[in-house]
Design a protein around this ligand. Structure first.
Ligand code: APR
Length: 271
């Protein structure tokens, strides 16, 4: 099936969906100038060892280094703006009956674009929390002492992000699982699908009968099969094109889509 045909097929799924669930990863923010983690040369993990900057034991060993590493990332993120991919998701949210947006990104760009009720599975770099008591702060004092002390108990402050080996926010994860199991269309955007438990969400949705759409320049690590539609490309190009096709063009050739529980759903897979 040609990519134009795939876009039409997916646009039709969007137009008829009752509940759209979305998982985003670092790829959706790449066009806002924020590096991904695993892209060959430009990825953060190509330059830094995650065991040295993104684990609780790394913070215990070298709190100043870890604090500074996140402070540097925070500065770059605060200078970044949402891109057409983020904005297209806001439009999809406005147009479908039910919408759930789950992100692995800590940059806060979905909310900055206007998305509501974003589930931030890996936290948000725009907040900090107390290393000892977990109290979260949106505003904190930066000074010569790094990490700065918690205003409450004086312990170190740390970024309010989920480090490797740490638990994800329970309620957010539960909502993400429920959405994956009840949606009729799941969009997996800009993620390598390598980090659990987020990585399983698209396939939980597929196993529960939803149509799955993968938007990524690369299909590396992505499952293939009936009901899984791969749209090769950048999120900032593909998502606006989908929205335009779904709601700004004349009605499509496909019959209305209705989900049938348990069986690969939607028109035949597009790959
Ligand atoms: N549009 C869409 N996808 C893109 C774009 C783009 N413009 N540019 C790159 N990509 C894709 C890459 O092909 C890759 O598959 O985005 C994906 C980014 O993958 P990762 O760097 O592994 O990021 P992510 O999947 O979000 O990582 C998951 O791992 O390091 C941890 O906690 C961190 O949340 C992160 C998690």
């Amino acid at each position: 099936m040609s990519s134009t045909h795939i876009v039409e097929a997916v646009a039709d799924l969007l137009r008829h969906a009752d509940h759209v669930a979305v998982l985003t990863g670092a790829g959706i923010s790449a066009e806002s100038g924020i590096p991904t983690f695993r892209d060959a040369l430009s990825g953060l993990w190509a330059q830094f060892d995650p065991d040295e900057v993104a684990t609780p034991s790394a913070f215990e060993r070298r709190p100043e280094l870890v604090w500074d590493w996140y402070a540097e990332r925070r500065l770059r993120i605060l200078e970044a703006a949402p891109n057409p991919g983020h904005h297209a998701l806001v439009e999809i949210e406005r147009r479908v009956p039910r919408f759930t947006l789950v992100t692995q990104n800590i940059d806060g760009l979905h909310a900055a674009a206007g998305s509501r009720a974003v589930i931030e599975l890996h936290g948000n770099i725009r907040r900090v929390k107390c290393w000892r008591e977990g109290t979260v702060f949106e505003v904190w004092q930066e000074g010569d002492v790094r990490p700065p002390p918690c205003p409450g108990c004086g312990a170190w402050l740390r970024p309010d992000v989920v480090w490797f080996g740490e638990l994800l926010p329970e309620e957010g994860l539960r909502t993400a699982w429920d959405a994956a199991e009840s949606c009729d269309l799941f969009l997996s955007i800009g993620t390598s699908n390598l980090v659990e438990p987020a990585a399983s969400l698209p396939w939980m949705a597929h196993d529960a009968g939803a149509a799955v759409v993968v938007i990524n320049p690369s299909d590396e690590g992505q499952r293939r099969g009936r009901g899984i539609h791969f749209l090769p490309g950048r999120a900032g190009d593909v998502l606006p094109a989908l929205v335009a096709k779904a709601w700004h063009d004349e009605p499509s050739a496909f019959p209305p889509f209705r989900r049938e529980r348990g069986r690969g759903a939607g028109p035949p897979s597009s790959n």
